[in-house]
Each structure stands twice: as C-alpha cells, then as structure tokens.
Design a protein around this ligand. Sequence first.
Ligand code: DX5
Ligand code: ZN
Length: 226
Amino acid sequence: MMSKTVRIAPSILSADLLKLADQVAEVEAAGADWIHIDVMDGRFVPNLTFGAGMIEAVRRVTDLPLDVHLMVLEPEQYIEPFAEAGASVFTFHPEATVHVQRHLAAVRARDMMAGLALNPGTPLAALEEVLDDVDLVLIMSVNPGFPAQSYIGSATAKLARARALLDRHGSGAALEVDGGISPRTIRAAHAAGADTFVAGSAIFSASDPGAVIGELRERCREGVPV
Ligand code: DX5
Ligand code: ZN
C-alpha cells in the first residue's frame, strides 16, 4: 500500500555542530517535519555522539518533534533523562537489550512515541511479538554508526514486508527508514510503504539543504514508476 504521509527528518549527525541552531532553523523553515538525533555509545556502534544535553539544546531552538534514535546498549537507562530533556520519539534497537516489551511500555508511559529499530541483519520477527506496543518501526538501510553510507537495496523489500505486517495487524505505527536516503533512493523506499525518511548527509552536505528537503518530498509525489 502506498502511504500518503511523507515526513522528512533531517539527521543532525551531518550538521555543522558549531552552527547547529542556524542549521535547525534552516531545515525547519524548509518544511522539515522532525529533527532526527542519533545517540551512539561506542559499544553498540563504533561511534560516539550525543546525550541528553544535546536533546535539551535542540529542544530550546525548535518546536519540531525530536526523533531520538538510540544506538546504545541498554537503552532503557535513557528513557527518563531523554523524556526530561524533551525527546518526542524514543527509538531503540531490540538487538541492544533484553526486555523489549517492558521498555516500549515505559517509553509510552513517559508520553514519547515508542520506536523499534531493526538493523539490516535483524529479521522482522523481532517486531512481530510487540506490534501492539510500537508507535514507530525504523528499518535501517545501512549498518548504523556513520553518515554517508550507501543505501542497502534489500531494505526496500524489508520495508514492503514491514508495511504489509503493520497493515495486516491494523497498526497505525509510522514506518521510518534511515541510512543512505537521498533524492535518488527515496522513491523506492516510499513506494515500498515507508512514510518517514531520515536523511543526514543528503541534506546537510548540500549547498542548499532546504532545496533538498523539497526535492525529497517531490520525489515521493511523482507518479511515474520507481
Ligand atoms: C546512521 C544513523 C543515521 C545517519 C544517516 O547510523 O542512524 O541517522 O545520520 O545518515 P545518512 O542519511 O547520511 O545515511
Ligand atoms: Zn538514525
């Protein structure tokens, strides 16, 4: 089923951090829907990034929902501090923890959207048992850790299977894709049923980030086959 919603979530991992307030204002003015914040711990993924302090700082400069993606072991320890810091979506990996259902419920109890992210090598089976507990499913189209990697083609078929699973279950959860999304790759992901698109380097490495947001949206609108 082709979804009508198109949410664009620029990832600040690729922003110029010394100009972050300006860069967030720029993508907000260009129609960004969410701001994606990648939290990495150097253990679940081989990179270190942001914590609650960054979420709080971004919260101060925008009213857009903050889409926080945790690539950390034991993400449950951040539910309280990130809720306090102003996170809107709290997405974690089932590969990184044990009591997934309990943690999804705890995220909802803190009035955040509960998201489950699956690495390219993780089957959708990890999602099947917790369909009632998720507000967002994030299909990784790269192995997480770094920006500017290439879109893994098999993510498209996985998105289509995730879409069918959510529809069959009557779930209204958002279906997000993250990694290598650009004007060249977004259409296949959209046609497969994704409705929420993270893009880091495609937006922030461009000379006109706002124009890329428009282009991404436009590529989802075009009627011609993928
Ligand atoms: C990857 C992160 C992504 C990253 C995407 O580990 O989860 O959110 O910022 O960057 P691009 O869009 O450049 O692949
Ligand atoms: Zn991410």
